[in-house]
Design a protein around this ligand. Structure first.
Ligand SMILES: Cc1cc2nc3c(=O)[nH]c(=O)nc-3n(C[C@H](O)[C@H](O)[C@H](O)COP(=O)(O)OP(=O)(O)OC[C@H]3O[C@@H](n4cnc5c(N)ncnc54)[C@H](O)[C@@H]3O)c2cc1C
Ligand code: SF4
Length: 325
């Protein structure tokens, strides 16, 4: 591991000032479960690590009049065990419990999960300088791409690995971004950015900015939701495909619906065409098939990952039927 300095800001303002002023490459460390791996392998090289552990006010789940505020430094285990989350946002709890291992959930944080770097094996290999690391080629495009994107690729075919992101986006969460000039709030869906915008990063955070919290709106009357994650192994694993469904169900019909997939695109992937097909009609397997077929018209599978199309149907069927029940 290359040497780096560590700073331990005490407040969000101190953190924002530090990030804005520092000239050398800087990384934020929350639980460190992803970042330390990147530093040890040499995939990430920084001069300064800003440790977020001591920053006041970044951890905790706080009920607000219009929903729940979840601080970026909230540990995933605390999210999974929170009574309000279990009562009002069961799909978020399912997503939290589905990710990694108990040990990692004890240390990893919500902000770290939402800002974690991709798992593409070419990206994680320090010897490979692919397009995401400033090179010219995407080696996954014609190489080994079993775990890569079927939607939204182009210059880079990573899949965004977070389990929390699809669940939170389906629930209408917003992200608060801390900056030296004050906070800014965006829908969490818009927090993520496709490789075409900047292949080197997965979100819209500019230099000097950090994720402060996410806010989930209060559940509407009749709101139902489910999160389904399909993995290759029974033990811990990242999603091959995951589906988060949330909506308002009246008599077996979704009056409102939001569908977000994980494991299929460089960002959490909203299936608006499937939402349109599912909204306002009695839920059935045939309707879900029709909705998925419509959505898959936008898919461009690579040589080794065409199987993901079948998994999209399997995950969505299970999630839609569970939410509608
Ligand atoms: C073996 C293993 C299995 C895993 N399985 C899963 C899984 O199944 N599903 C899943 O979703 N994840 C999985 N993960 C990823 C894991 O969830 C994340 O590593 C963890 O949530 C990251 O949290 P952290 O606090 O440790 O982040 P860190 O490692 O501290 O940070 C991760 C990244 O986010 C940045 N960051 C952290 N906090 C902020 C912030 N507030 N603002 C801006 N940037 C920030 C850091 O700079 C870094 O680049 C797995 C990880 C491992 C090692
Ligand atoms: S998918 Fe992205 S990270 Fe992976 S090799 Fe291609 S450019 Fe690099």
């Amino acid at each position: 591991m290359r040497e780096f300095k560590i700073a331990q800001p005490r407040t969000a303002d101190e953190l924002a000032a530090l990030l804005a002023e520092t000239k050398e490459p800087v990384a934020m460390m929350a639980g460190g479960t992803d970042l330390i791996d990147e530093l040890k392998s040499g995939v990430a090289t920084v001069g300064l690590v800003a440790d977020l552990q001591a920053v006041a006010g970044l951890a905790g789940i706080v009920p607000e009049k219009d929903g729940l505020r979840i601080g970026a430094m909230t540990r995933i285990v605390d999210l999974a065990e929170d009574a309000a989350v279990a009562r009002d946002y069961p799909s978020l709890r399912q997503a939290a419990l589905s990710l990694a291992t108990p040990q990692l959930r004890n240390v990893g944080t919500v902000g770290g999960n939402l800002c974690q770097r991709p798992r593409c094996w070419y990206y994680r290999d320090p010897q490979v300088v692919c397009r995401k690391k400033g090179g010219f080629n995407c080696y996954a495009f014609q190489g080994r791409n079993k775990y890569h994107a079927i939607f939204g690729g182009g210059s880079c075919y990573i899949v965004y690995p977070s389990d929390l992101a699809p669940a939170l986006i389906s629930l209408g969460a917003k992200a608060t971004i801390g900056t030296a000039k004050g906070d800014k709030v965006v829908p969490l869906e818009q927090f993520y950015a496709l490789p075409e915008i900047d292949v080197g990063r997965e979100n819209i955070l500019d230099k000097g900015q950090f994720l402060k919290n996410v806010r989930v709106p209060a559940p509407k009357a009749g709101q139902k939701a489910a999160y389904v994650k399909l993995k290759e192994r029974g033990t811990w694993d990242f999603a091959l495909v995951s589906a988060a469904v949330a909506g308002v169900v009246q008599g077996g019909v979704f009056a409102e619906i939001s569908v977000v997939l994980g494991g299929v695109a460089p960002i959490p992937w909203r299936l608006r065409k499937a939402e349109d097909a599912l909204r306002g009609k009695p839920v059935s397997e045939a309707l879900i098939r029709q909705a998925v077929d419509e959505a898959l018209k936008d898919a461009s599978p690579l040589r080794e990952n065409g199987y993901k199309a079948d998994l999209v149907f399997a995950a969505l069927k299970e999630a839609v039927l569970a939410a509608a029940a």
